[in-house]
Every structure is written in structure tokens, then in C-alpha cells.
Design a protein around this ligand. Structure first.
Ligand code: NAD
Ligand code: MN
Length: 486
């Protein structure tokens, strides 16, 4: 059905457009690298463009850091480490609290920026990403003067210079997860944002200046995988923290092996969202939708495998399909949009390829009826029904708005299927019985198990994986450990 302004795309009353204003953010035509407190061009003058994936409009041109720039940034971080690590924790905390407050003050601007560069709905960048970013800085600011009592010995020391590489799905939030604990513990950092979403990290560099952070404590190098590889392979860093694909994580583990550098990896996932026959169906449907369509499914801990108890399969799937037909797909800057753009042409191609494999292998494909914009990168919310454990759509991380539906009869079968994955990042359990939640949580091999909810985050809660989902924990008291010698 077409969107005639009255019936809307789904035959129900339409929403009037409610666009967030772009004028709250001022994007410069070009940006340099942030090294030693100043923006500068790459030594060899190389640049690349970053796009708005919803429109394919070029937003800005940013510097592509090479080996000489990595050298300069690491040297700046090393120089700054002496003074920063010697500051009393309470003094470091002041800077972190200041950064957190500036983020809150500039949150509308940063949310619009993130939505433009990433393609995620403004509703999410405004209500999830940005509040969590500020919360992480507030939370770790609170730890900075309490490290002696954090359970890592009487006087734990910082590790040194951290090289941090982050992905494009939650650009500013992943930056916060990396930088806040590192700085609280007295480390200095060189961070490389993903090549498709470099802008919010560059705005963060400006926030560091605004907060009066000593130069060299935070350095931001934009660039692609080659820049990331230069950084993690650099002799001058003491610790590597990476979030991204399992393939690149393995490569980094090989690079770092035997060098004495500390390493934490947050990699992919194929989370099981398990719905028992006593679950409240409407709530479960909301949790399933939030679990896989939040951020277009480009979430490492997404609930991308739905395991539904056989006796409620038809009822649950009917309700889920009805709900999916009401999702609003389109302009990420519209405040009513539920599902935005896929981050890049490359990511869209990966999702498309895996979805085609699902069909070829015999799973039944169902997509929500929706009109997709003609420019930009889009993928309709999609279900695969009748999926078996051998199908690629059940085994491989799709990292898109695609849910694979499997069934089970007994709790044992649910556990066996949920754990039948090389990953181990997240899982969800929907049931009315508290005892069943606890019994399931103890048997699921996943770093986080949500009960009657999904994709809930809080800076006090540690997050991380087992097996091919990586190792180390970010968030909470546990998140300090990666940045302390003890
Ligand atoms: P990626 O792992 O290639 O990129 C993540 C980050 O690592 C980026 O900043 C990138 O520039 C950098 N990088 C790439 N190669 C590197 C190297 N050799 N050494 C150091 N840094 C390097 O991820 P991608 O290509 O953007 O996405 C591919 C797949 O990865 C996705 O389809 C998805 O399955 C998965 N992914 C997972 C997460 C997550 O949060 N766990 C995030 C993004 C992507
Ligand atoms: Mn972009």
C-alpha cells in the first residue's frame, strides 16, 4: 500500500513527518587528525570521504592516517602519560566529569551528527546512544579516585598507552566504552574510529579541548583498516582494545601474540532469544523486535536467532509479523522512524548475500511490507522461518535486520540449540517462571543473559563474550581490569 498521507504505508493512520533539525550540527567540509591536542593533516596528505548512508550525500572529508601519523600520535600519548598517570585520581575525575557534562550539553548536536554519519534513527541516537555515552563518562569518573578499593590490589597502576580500534555501529558509545575507563585508570589513548563513521570521534576531540584535557591524553586517528593495523602493531603501545569483526579480531590476536601487549577483544555474536510457552506474548514480541531491529540489527549482541517453543510458534509469529508491518522504515532524522539505513554499501551487500543464501538453502523468507527510499542503503525487516541449525542464516552473523526463527520443545533442547554457535555474547530468556530464568541463565554460554527484556545497557554492568565473541569485559568494575597493572 502506498503512503498517501492518510492511510500511511501500512493502511493505518499516517504520522506527519517530524524531522529533527540538521541545523543544530555544523559539519566542516574537512577534518584533520587530532594529535597532541591539535588538528593536523595526515603527513602524506591523504584523505577520504564519509557519507550519510541514508542519502549517499558526502558529509565531509577526513584525513587518512598513515605510519608517520601513528608514530606521532603514539609519541604524544607517551609524553602525556607521565603527567596524566601522576595526577591524583580525584583530579583525573574532574576532567572526566567535565567531559560527561559537555556531552550532555551537546547531546542534541551529537545525536544528529551520529544519525547523519551512521544512518541510525534519531530516536535511538537521542534516547540510547547519547545518554549512555554520558553515563559511561560519569560512571568511570566516579571510579578514578577509588581504584585502590576496586579489588585489584592496594595501589594498581595504569598500563600505559592504549591503542583502541572501534566499529561503526555505535561510534560514540564504543568510544566512550574504550576511553572512559582508560582515562579513569591513568592511561593515555590513541583511538581509531571506523572509516564510515569518523565524525563523532572528531567532535569528541573538540570536547576534550573544551574540557581542558591536557594535550596528548586523547589522540584520534581517522583511517581505514590499514591505519588500524599500523596502530595495533606499533611498538610504542602497551595495550590493544578492539571491537569489530571476529576475522579482524583473530588477525589482531596474531599480531599482538608474544609482544607483551595487553589485549581485549569484543567481537561478533549470534545471540539466541528464547521464548517459552508461558511468556507474555506481547512483551516478548516487543523484546524480539528490540533485540534484532534496534540499530537495523547491526549490533554484536543482537538477538538474531529466535528460539520459540513449538506450541506457541504460530501464535507468536502471527503477532510478530503484525508488529513488523507497523515498523516505520525510512529517514533516520525523522523522530517517528523505527528502522533507519544500513551503514554502508559493503554492509548492505553482506546482508543481501546472506539473505540470499538463506533462501537458497530452503528457509522461508518473509519481509515486512514497506517502501524503501530510492537513495541510500536499505534493507526491509526480514524473518527467516523454518530455519535449521545447519543453515548459514542460523550460524553466521548477518549484522542486519534479519531474524532467523527456530523452534524447540524442551528446555534442554533450547539450551543445546542456543549454545550451538561459535559465538557466546548474548542470550535472552522469556518466561514467567523465575526459577526457569535462573536455571537457563546458568546453562547458557553467553556473556550477558537478559531475562524478559533484551539489549538493555548500563555502565555498571560488565559486557563481553566467550569463545569467538572475544575476551575481556567492558563496563562496570570489571571494565577497570583491562586498564590496570595489578
Ligand atoms: P571490521 O572488523 O573490519 O572493522 C572494525 C574496525 O576495525 C574498523 O575501525 C576498521 O577500520 C578496523 N580494522 C579493519 N581491519 C583492521 C586490521 N587488520 N587491523 C586493525 N584494525 C582493523 O568490521 P567491518 O568490516 O566494518 O564489518 C564486518 C563484519 O564485522 C560485520 O558484518 C559484522 O558481522 C562484524 N562487526 C561486528 C561489530 C561488533 O560490534 N562486534 C562491529 C562491526 C562489525
Ligand atoms: Mn558515514
Amino acid at each position: 500500500m502506498t503512503n498517501d498521507g492518510f492511510h500511511g504505508q501500512n493502511g493505518v493512520f499516517a504520522y506527519a513527518p517530524a524531522p529533527e533539525s540538521r541545523s543544530v550540527v555544523d559539519i566542516a567540509p574537512s577534518y584533520g587528525l587530532f594529535i597532541d591536542g591539535e588538528f593536523r593533516e595526515a603527513a602524506d596528505g591523504k584523505v577520504f570521504k564519509t557519507l550519510a548512508p541514508a542519502s549517499e550525500e558526502v558529509l565531509s572529508e577526513v584525513a587518512q592516517a598513515g605510519a608517520a601519523d601513528v608514530d606521532a600520535a603514539v609519541a604524544a600519548a607517551r609524553k602525556a602519560f607521565t603527567g596524566w598517570s601522576a595526577l591524583p585520581g580525584a583530579e583525573r575525575a574532574k576532567y572526566l566529569f567535565r567531559i560527561a557534562r559537555v556531552i550532555q550539553e551537546r547531546s542534541r548536536e551529537l545525536a544528529v551528527l551520529e544519525t547523519l554519519d551512521n544512518g541510525k534513527p534519531i530516536k535511538e541516537s537521542r534516547d540510547a546512544d547519547l545518554p549512555l555515552v554520558a553515563a559511561h563518562f560519569f560512571y568511570y569518573a566516579g571510579w578514578a579516585d577509588k581504584l585502590d578499593h576496586a579489588g585489584f590490589g592496594p595501589a594498581p597502576r595504569p598500563v600505559g598507552v592504549a591503542g583502541q580500534v572501534i566499529p561503526w555501529n555505535f561510534p560514540l558509545l564504543m568510544l566512550a566504552w574504550k576511553i572512559a575507563p582508560a582515562l579513569a585508570c591513568g592511561n593515555t589513548v590513541v583511538l581509531k574510529p571506523a572509516e564510515t563513521t569518523p565524525l563523532s570521534a572528531l567532535f569528541f576531540a573538540d570536547i576534550c579541548r573544551q574540557a581542558g584535557l591536557p594535550r596528548g591524553v586523547v589522540n584520534i586517528l581517522t583511517g581505514d583498516g590499514a591505519t588500524g593495523a599500523e596502530l595495533v602493531g606499533h611498538d610504542g603501545i602497551d595495550k590493544v582494545a578492539f571491537t569489530g569483526s571476529t576475522a579482524v579480531g583473530k588477525e589482531i590476536a596474531r599480531t599482538v601474540a608474544g609482544t607483551g601487549k595487553r589485549l581485549t577483544l569484543e567481537l561478533g555474536g549470534k545471540g539466541a532469544n528464547i521464548v517459552f510457552d508461558d511468556a507474555p506474548i506481547d512483551q516478548a514480541v516487543e523484546g524480539i523486535v528490540g533485540g534484532i531491529f534496534f540499530n537495523q540489527g547491526q549490533v554484536c549482541c543482537a538477538g538474531s536467532r529466535l528460539l520459540v517453543q513449538e506450541s506457541i510458534h504460530d501464535e507468536l509469529l502471527d503477532a510478530l509479523k503484525r508488529r513488523l508491518t507497523t515498523l516505520r522504515v525510512g529517514d533516520p532524522l525523522d523522530k517517528n522512524t523505527d528502522v533507519g539505513a544500513i551503514n554502508s554499501a559493503e554492509q548492505l551487500a553482506r546482508i543481501t548475500e546472506l539473505a540470499e543464501a538463506g533462501e537458497a538453502e530452503g528457509a522461508e523468507r518473509w519481509s515486512a511490507p514497506c517502501e524503501l527510499p530510492s537513495n541510500g542503503y536499505w534493507f526491509a525487516p526480514t524473518l527467516f522461518l523454518g530455519v535449521s541449525q545447519a543453515h548459514r542464516v542460523a550460524r553466521e552473523e548477518i549484522f542486519g535486520p534479519v531474524l532467523s526463527v527456530l523452534t524447540f520443545r524442551t528446555p534442554d533442547e533450547a539450551v543445546a540449540k542456543a549454545n550451538n554457535t561459535p559465538y557466546g555474547l548474548s542470550a535472552g530468556v522469556w518466561t514467567e517462571k523465575g526459577s526457569r530464568i535462573l536455571a537457563m541463565a546458568g546453562r547458557l554460554r553467553a556473556g550477558v543473559v537478559w531475562a524478559n527484556t533484551f539489549n538493555k545497557f548500563d555502565p555498571t554492568s560488565p559486557f563481553g563474550g566467550y569463545r569467538e565473541s572475544g575476551f575481556g569485559r567492558e563496563g562496570g568494575r570489571h571494565g577497570l581490569e583491562a586498564y590496570l597493572e595489578h
